[in-house]
Write a protein that binds this ligand. Structure first.
Ligand code: RB5
Length: 148
């Protein structure tokens, strides 16, 4: 497993990002911080791409994105065809997003969960493998969805 986790947020997720970075480092993992770097108001789409590109370019297995509700980051990240970003608020959901959906970006809603719950989600996400099998076929179908 790649030992570095790219992470980014908007202003609403800044303090949660700082907490998670430190927690990752304490666990011997490297958090690669792609901003934002303060609570000054910014636009979440400007911060989602760098983390997604780390995963797309195989610089990292997973990424973490944080905004107020998580929805803006999830919607932006899911514009990239090989990104499967999952909005998670419990370790169970984070684990299922890996097991069943092979999610590669964890999205956290900073205004709706505690730092501790966010850390539990992140650890569940990082430490859970995709189950494959019937779920692989569903993901292949997901990739082929068109507007026709
Ligand atoms: C910022 O106020 C907020 O809109 C943003 O963090 C996020 O919740 C958007 O989806």
């Amino acid at each position: 497993m790649n030992n570095s986790i790219p992470i980014a947020c908007d202003h609403a997720g800044f303090s949660m990002k700082e907490f998670l970075k430190e927690a990752l480092n304490e666990k011997g993992m490297l958090a690669k911080d792609f901003g934002t770097y303060s609570e000054e108001s910014v636009d979440y789409p400007d911060f989602a791409k760098a983390v997604c590109m780390q995963v797309i370019n195989n610089e990292a297995d997973f990424g973490v994105l944080i905004c107020g509700t998580g929805n803006g980051m999830a919607m932006t990240a899911n514009k990239f065809s090989s990104i499967r970003a999952a909005l998670c608020w419990s370790p169970e959901i984070a684990g299922m997003a890996r097991k069943h959906n092979d999610a590669n970006i964890l999205v956290l809603p900073a205004r709706f969960m505690t730092f501790e719950a966010a850390l539990e989600c992140m650890l569940a996400f990082i430490n859970t493998d995709f189950e494959g099998g019937r779920h692989s076929a569903r993901i292949e179908k997901m990739k082929k969805v068109t507007e026709d």
